[in-house]
Design a protein around this ligand. Structure first.
Ligand code: FES
Length: 73
């Protein structure tokens, strides 16, 4: 789905950048060219950033739990 129509940036491109370590809107703007024109995409981009960051944090916790379980076994 296109998030930024002005620059043709999709939600997947934003998620990929977050997974690659871009953790704030300023960096996403700089790297992807997101929100550099009308700014209508900022709200959706923030929602994706929050959701993806939360998902990655939950995933990291799950990995730690699995690792701890394997060490204990
Ligand atoms: S929709 Fe992203 S800058 Fe216009």
């Amino acid at each position: 789905m296109y998030v930024c129509l002005c620059s043709g940036i999709t939600d997947q491109q934003i998620r990929d950048a977050i997974q690659a370590g871009d953790s704030d809107l300023k960096t996403l703007r700089k790297k992807l060219g997101l929100a550099n024109s009308c700014g209508m995409c900022v709200s959706d981009a923030r929602e994706i950033l929050t959701a993806e960051s939360d998902r990655l944090a939950e995933q990291a916790v799950m990995v730690e739990i699995v690792d701890a379980g394997q060490k204990a076994a």
